[in-house]
Design a protein around this ligand. Sequence first.
Ligand code: SAH
Length: 251
Amino acid sequence: MVHFVGAGPGAPDLITLRGAELLKAADTVIYAGSLVNPALLALCKAGCSIYNSAEMTLEQVLAAVETAEAAGQTTVRLHTGDPCLYGAIREQMDALDARNIPYDSTPGVSSFCGAAAAAQAEYTLPGVSQSVVITRMAGRTPVPEREGIAAWAAHGASMVIFLSAGMLEPLQTELLAGAYTESTPAAVVYKATWPEEKVVRCTVGTLAEAGRKHQISKTALVLVGDFLQPDYQRSKLYDPTFTTEFREASQ
Ligand code: SAH
């Protein structure tokens, strides 16, 4: 049996209780060493076989799983944040299906949630934006043309851009080609929830400069949108004049 587990964004105590229990019980752990905090491996039991997938191909990962399966053992495949985002889990699931190896998935706290916590921000502010676009710049992995940054930026919604901290110059250009202006607020959040976390606040017009100045080119998210500025409307849910399913209006 293989358990895909979300490790969370970095701080080791941000793994879920279920994830931690699975990690403690695993005979084999294959962790994404480029981003998963190695402190989590302290939970592994003595004698657990530990592999760093950053140095492995998909075939090698599958071979490690098959070795564990042949011995009747349990494997945890530990992915950073939540496995459902940029986790390359689908190809693993399909390969496990083809081998009749059962698996399940335990969610984790994605880095886009860790970044909001670090920036003390809410993506979905009433009167500002009620949508979050999660996307990336094209790198070695292509992005479908209709999903270009400028196309998303045209909506003026809250945006979280993954895997693009090394491309802040072209990112800035693409954002400006959409609905955002030079003065739209932005932030670069480096290693959210790690001890070395950094939140660099800037604007779309100063994004690349901010990255250069703080020497951030990886392990960061770019947040963009008016949710980072101070104006918004109060929620209806907690408005005293508003009746909800659980509470009568008091005024
Ligand atoms: N599944 C992960 C994303 C993996 S892709 C998740 O849910 O978060 C790897 C990218 O995620 C990195 O290039 C970076 O853009 C972002 N990332 C991961 N951890 C991060 C962190 N602690 N702080 C900021 N960005 C992070």
